[in-house]
Design a protein around this ligand. Structure first.
Ligand code: NAP
Length: 256
């Protein structure tokens, strides 16, 4: 008799989540559901089943895991989706379902990089006036408030910002701004062209890690530009981790 098909919930929103869902959907031993937050108007849909929208906190997630007879959860959300990761840890624990965090490694500086690592977007904003006057912000469309919200530092209004995001920003915008709507990945050549064309002199990014968004770091290095890199929030304590989809597949296989 063959083993029962195992239902895996992938908390998605990343390239790694899509790759994992693709591998699981192709394997008859698994049924895979990917959950997306619903932030993007037109998300890239992964293989397998997809559900969209919040669960209603850890209790809602635990109820969903029980109702859908989920065997394992893989939290493959973005490294900065800290609320979802905390809710995944609490919800999976409450439902007694094993949880793995799939998180790609963060970026490391190489010779030539001029990085300023900071703990938060607010710290990044505070540092900017000392680093340059024309800023490329690639921190995400929902994270502009330290640069644009009512509590922003007054010095920031003297700077010029280029924001880049897939969908247009939702909240207030900086005083001097160009909004660029674009979906990566971008090549090093494209990033160099953008930095030169807009005469950018400082870049702000989260430490998302991964190859897809790294060309902006290479381009900044080639032009000798400073980069403000926001550190990641910690992974919930006690949760097993994998750094790539192959590691997640091995973890799942070991749980049969
Ligand atoms: P967040 O602050 O950690 O999440 C806020 C709430 O959104 C969560 O409590 C949860 O609601 C819901 N949520 C988040 N991810 C979800 C998912 N995959 N499936 C179902 N509900 C989800 O997260 P965020 O920073 O807003 O990011 C939202 C999504 O965008 C994530 O899936 C992440 O992978 C992706 N993303 C985030 C970033 C970033 O920089 N933050 C960048 C690229 C992609 P309930 O508590 O009601 O379940």
């Amino acid at each position: 008799m063959s083993a029962p098909v195992r239902h895996v919930l992938v908390l998605g929103g990343t390239t790694e989540a899509r790759l994992l869902a693709e591998a699981l959907a192709a394997d008859p031993a698994y049924e895979v559901t990917t959950s997306l937050a619903g932030r993007l108007a037109a998300p890239r849909l992964p293989a397998g089943r997809v559900r969209i929208g919040g669960f209603g906190g850890p209790e809602g997630l635990a109820a969903w895991l029980r109702a859908e007879a989920v065997h394992a959860v893989v939290d493959a959300t973005h490294p900065f989706a800290a609320a979802m990761s905390a809710h995944a840890a609490a919800g999976a624990d409450a439902a007694g379902v094993p949880l793995l965090v799939l998180r790609r490694p963060g970026w490391e500086p190489v010779p030539g990089d001029r990085w300023h690592r900071v703990a938060s977007l607010a710290e990044a904003a505070a540092l900017l006036p000392r680093l340059g006057a024309r800023v490329l912000l690639t921190t995400g469309r929902n994270d502009l408030s330290p640069f644009a919200g009512p509590d922003r530092l007054p010095e920031l209004d003297a700077l010029w910002f280029l924001t880049r995001s897939v969908d247009p920003p939702s909240g207030p915008l900086p005083a001097n701004v160009e909004v660029l709507q674009a979906r990566g990945p971008f090549t090093v050549e494209q990033e160099l062209a953008l930095l030169r064309d807009r005469r950018i002199d400082v870049l702000v990014t989260k430490d998302s890690g991964g190859a897809a968004t790294a060309p902006k770091l290479t381009a900044a290095r080639e032009l000798g530009l400073p980069v403000v890199v926001v550190r990641r929030p910690p992974v919930p304590p006690g949760v097993t981790r994998a750094s790539d989809p192959a590691g997640a597949l091995a973890w799942l296989a070991a749980r049969t």
